[in-house]
Design a protein around this ligand. Structure first.
Ligand SMILES: [Zn+2]
Length: 130
């Protein structure tokens, strides 16, 4: 579904093209090696409406059965505020971020401290701490 976006800038605004950035994770060609990369790829998945990727990267113990992506939201920018642990040698970590979006012609922000856990070398979103 995402092939037409391969050469576009990645929605997470890393500066790389989609295929060299979060597209690798969405397609399964690569696995996010840090909590921040998983966070970025999940933001991009929201921006591109990739519900299967969002569900597959949710921690199995808290994963919802289905996910309805709000198509009225236009995701504009992701700011990573702070990360704690979540590196290649860690098994858990937190990422604080501000996601900017527009809905009903109003610009809004989602400010969250997300918690991530690693299982079998894969990072999973476990939920919000704030
Ligand atoms: Zn990206």
């Amino acid at each position: 579904m995402t092939s037409e976006f391969q050469n576009d800038r990645c929605p997470c605004l890393s500066g790389d093209t989609y295929s060299e950035c979060c597209g690798r994770f969405h397609s399964g060609a690569a696995v996010a090696s840090t909590a921040e990369w998983l966070m970025r790829s999940r933001y991009s998945a929201f921006a591109m409406g990739d519900a299967p990727y969002l569900l597959s990267t949710w921690h199995p113990l808290v994963r919802p059965r289905t996910l309805q992506i709000d198509v009225g939201i236009s995701w504009r920018r992701l700011d990573i505020v702070r990360t704690e642990r979540g590196g290649m040698l860690d098994s858990e970590g937190t990422v604080e971020f501000i996601a900017h979006y527009r809905r009903d012609r109003v610009t809004r922000q989602q400010h969250e401290v997300s918690h991530f856990l690693k299982l079998d070398r894969c990072w999973y979103y476990e939920g919000a701490l704030s």
